[in-house]
Each structure stands twice: as structure tokens, then as C-alpha cells.
Design a protein around this ligand. Structure first.
Ligand code: SAM
Length: 213
């Protein structure tokens, strides 16, 4: 059950974001059947609008998984724009490569294989748009690296900031207490960061969006 929107509203909104593209539908099915945590459909639709508005030339994604969000981003980029996407799981990289090959945006997506904690400090050219969607317990460090790599006026999007609704709950099941505390303290840092004008919106699992000042 969606714990952020009331179920009836979530169900209603879902109809607007159902995709028609066979590859996207196949990837959603694969992710569902194999428990791969890809971006929520409403969040993906929102992100596509942001990409169209910003027209970023250089995009960095942290957390490729099977390249569902990479393909959705790449399809909304202008002709010469590119997306670099970082993934550490070899199994996911193999799946991502196969899906990217079948997509119409193979020329726009470059996978950077390895741990983002090692890769990001070695990147020197800055980005217009960064999508952070990796392990939540590494968000603080990955956020620091992201800010350093974001151009002034560039936009960062961060997924899962409502943490399946738990970020706002009073009673947290003990096995989620640590991760919930972590997300809460990340959210505070994200919103209060002086170099960012940031907001957290209740789409999907909670999206943080910030522009670098
Ligand atoms: C939530 S999934 C990404 C989903 C993808 N963005 C999408 O919406 O289609 C997170 C992915 O990040 C990868 N990951 C997590 N921490 C990472 C790190 N430090 N460096 C590189 N990849 C990482 C995981 O292996 C996993 O495939």
C-alpha cells in the first residue's frame, strides 16, 4: 500500500503515468518480478518534465540498477546531451547494458562501473543535473560529492526522502529505526544546506529537489 498518498488518490494518479512504450513496460515488469527498486512511475514522469524544462547538457545519475531511469532521462535530453550513470553491481550493469542496447538512446548513456564513492571524487567536469538514487546509508557522502559536481544553477533530485512513509511516522518498526533516523537527518541537512534552495515533495517515495545557488 502507498503510505504517502491515500490509496484512492495514488490509484487515480497512476492512470496518468502508465507508460505505453513496450521496453519501459517490460522493464517495469522485470523490476516488479525481481524486486529491483526502480523509480516510482509518478516520480519518473515528474523527472521527465524537469529534464524537459532544464534541458541539461550533462546529467549524472548515481544508481543505475537496470537503467530504467537512465533511459527515461536520456529520452528527454536534447540531441547532444549525455547522461553518465554510476553502478557498482556487476549483475545490474549487465542487465542495464542489455536494456540500453535495445533502447533508442544508446548513444546518450554512458555507464561508469564501480562504487560512486570512488568514482565521483575522480570526476572533474561538472553537471547540470544530478539524480541521486543509491544506497540510502551513503546519501550524506554521495550528496557532498554531488554538490561539488553540480554547476551553479544546476538541479539535484534525490529519491526516497519520505522513506515509504516512515520519515513522517511516530512509531517506527525497530528494524527500520536506524534507516529512518538516517533519512530524517539527511532531509534536515538537504533542506538547510546554504548552497541549495531545496524542497521535498510528496511524489512517489518522496523526492528532494534543489537548485544550487
Ligand atoms: C534504487 S536502485 C536505482 C534505480 C534506478 N535509478 C532507477 O530508477 O531505475 C539503486 C542502485 O544503486 C546502486 N548503488 C548503490 N550504492 C551505490 C554506490 N555507492 N555506487 C554505485 N552504485 C550504487 C545499487 O547497486 C542499485 O542498483
Amino acid at each position: 500500500m502507498n503510505k504517502i498518498l491515500f490509496p484512492v488518490q495514488a490509484e487515480y494518479l497512476k492512470h496518468f503515468t502508465d507508460h505505453k512504450d513496450p521496453l519501459i513496460l517490460e522493464m517495469e515488469k522485470y523490476a516488479h518480478e525481481n524486486n529491483v527498486p526502480i523509480l516510482d512511475k509518478n516520480s519518473a514522469a515528474f523527472m521527465e518534465v524537469v529534464i524537459k524544462m532544464l534541458k541539461p547538457k550533462r546529467v549524472l545519475e548515481i544508481g543505475t540498477a537496470i537503467a530504467y531511469s537512465s533511459i527515461r532521462i536520456a529520452r528527454n535530453l536534447k540531441k547532444k546531451s549525455i547522461i553518465h550513470t554510476i553502478e557498482k553491481s556487476e549483475d545490474n550493469i549487465a542487465l542495464a547494458k542489455a536494456y540500453i542496447k535495445r533502447s533508442d538512446v544508446e548513444d546518450k548513456i554512458i555507464i561508469l562501473a564501480g562504487n560512486a564513492l570512488n568514482i565521483m571524487p575522480a570526476l572533474d567536469k561538472k553537471y547540470d543535473f544530478i539524480f541521486l538514487d543509491a544506497d540510502k546509508n551513503e546519501y550524506a557522502k554521495l550528496f557532498e560529492f554531488s554538490l561539488a559536481l553540480l554547476k551553479k544553477g544546476g538541479v539535484i533530485l534525490v529519491d526516497n526522502l519520505l522513506w515509504h512513509g516512515l520519515a513522517a511516522e511516530e512509531k517506527i518498526p525497530s528494524k527500520y529505526q536506524r534507516s529512518t533516523d538516517y533519512i530524517r537527518s539527511f532531509n534536515k541537512a538537504f533542506i538547510e544546506r546554504p548552497e541549495l534552495k531545496a524542497s521535498i515533495i510528496s511524489v512517489g517515495d518522496g523526492l528532494g529537489i534543489g537548485v544550487k545557488l
